[in-house]
Write a protein that binds this ligand. Structure first.
Ligand SMILES: NC(=O)c1ccc[n+]([C@@H]2O[C@H](COP(=O)([O-])OP(=O)(O)OC[C@H]3O[C@@H](n4cnc5c(N)ncnc54)[C@H](OP(=O)(O)O)[C@@H]3O)[C@@H](O)[C@H]2O)c1
Length: 327
């Protein structure tokens, strides 16, 4: 550890699985990068629902406790492992799907350069939301110009990323949000039409406005919407299940009417090569457009438990939640 001046730094630790109150911010030993990693001085960390499932001990793959929560972040490179070639000391970077971003320092295996003008909070919002959106929209669905898509839940992290990535490739995107301000928010993301999924009758309106149906539906709440989605597909259209929190009942006959299909999305099944490819393309998207991740709320590291509560309990999303580590 002699090559680093600091020996300890703050980290948000989960000592045992449980509610948001189990997160403890403490001074911990500095992470020591290996030859394939860089050491990043974090300026911001993203908050995602998956981190709350893991903290609660309700996820397929669980780390051993204690662990530092957080997968996404952005900051400045302070040390570069011998085998890392794409970044250098002093570079501003973002990353996603790493371990332990809610901390002053983290070892990162897949750093991506943060283009000039993109803030650290924006960079920290790219990871899981944009990597998931990229995987779902381009890698798995193969959506292209000419397709009409529905993002069912476009106001949150993944949904807003889907809307922006679709607009980048001239894919016509229709979105939903659950509040008035959410509807306004999604309109600003390049949506052709926005519906309020809390209002009675919105599905009939969608059906009347889009009688040809949707080529793809990206679903954030399949436990509520899957059966409805099957009736909104274009011939040979597909539903991509991204979010689901309970069991649901469907009438599969609807799939016969359109020769439609349903598939699941799992960012965690991405290979390293795929994640590198998605990240590289997300950097291109930032360079080629003026779209940026939209920050709903920023928290201090000490407030991370509140951020975990808010992402699960607050409806009326408007983009991403972020922990700021440097003011
Ligand atoms: N499969 C994967 O690999 C993967 C990866 C990342 C995330 N996810 C999952 O995807 C979901 C969204 O993640 P996120 O980061 O975007 O969360 P988020 O920022 O909390 O957003 C949640 C979204 O779901 C919407 N929503 C709530 N009720 C809905 C309903 N009845 N119909 C349609 N939409 C509804 C919310 O809209 P309002 O708040 O406006 O109502 C909001 O747009 C979560 O369940 C997450 O666990 C899965």
């Amino acid at each position: 550890m002699s090559k680093f001046i600091r020996t300890t730094a703050r980290a948000a630790l989960v000592n045992r699985f449980g509610g948001p109150e189990v997160i403890e911010v403490a001074e911990c030993g500095m992470p020591v990068p290996n030859d394939n990693q860089v050491l990043v001085r974090n300026h911001a960390a993203g908050i995602n629902p998956v981190e709350t499932y893991i903290r609660a001990g309700q996820y397929a793959k669980l780390p051993t406790t204690p662990y530092v929560t957080g997968k996404d972040g952005a900051g400045v490179v302070e040390f570069v492992g011998a085998n890392v070639k794409n970044v250098k000391i002093g570079d501003r970077v973002w990353y996603g799907m790493e371990s332990g971003s809610a901390a002053d320092y983290i070892n990162v295996t897949r750093p991506f350069l943060l283009p000039e003008g993109v803030t650290f909070s924006e960079g920290a919002s790219l990871g899981v939301p944009y990597l998931t959106a990229y995987r779902a929209l381009f890698h798995l669905a193969g959506a292209k110009t000419g397709d009409v898509i529905l993002v069912h839940g476009a106001s949150g992290g993944v949904g807003s990323a889907l809307m922006q990535l679709a607009a980048w490739k001239n894919i016509e995107a229709v979105g939903t949000a659950g509040s008035k301000h959410g509807v306004q928010f999604v309109k600003r993301l390049g949506a052709k039409q926005v519906y309020n999924h809390s209002e009675a009758g919105y599905v009939s309106k969608m059906r009347a406005d889009y009688p040809g149906g949707f080529n793809f539906i990206f679903e954030m709440a399949a436990h509520t919407n899957l059966n409805t989605d099957l009736g909104l597909l274009a011939p040979r259209g597909k539903v991509a299940v991204i979010g689901n929190r309970d069991e649901t009942k469907i009438n599969a006959r609807q799939l016969m009417a359109t020769e439609g299909a349903v598939f699941g999305v799992a960012l965690g099944l991405s290979t390293d090569a795929e994640l590198s490819d998605f990240g590289t393309n997300i950097v291109k998207f930032l360079q080629e457009t003026e779209f940026r991740p939209l920050i709903n709320k920023e928290y201090s590291l000490e407030q991370i438990g509140q951020a975990h509560k808010d992402i699960m309990e607050n409806s009326g999303a408007k983009g991403n939640l972020v922990v700021k580590l440097v003011e």
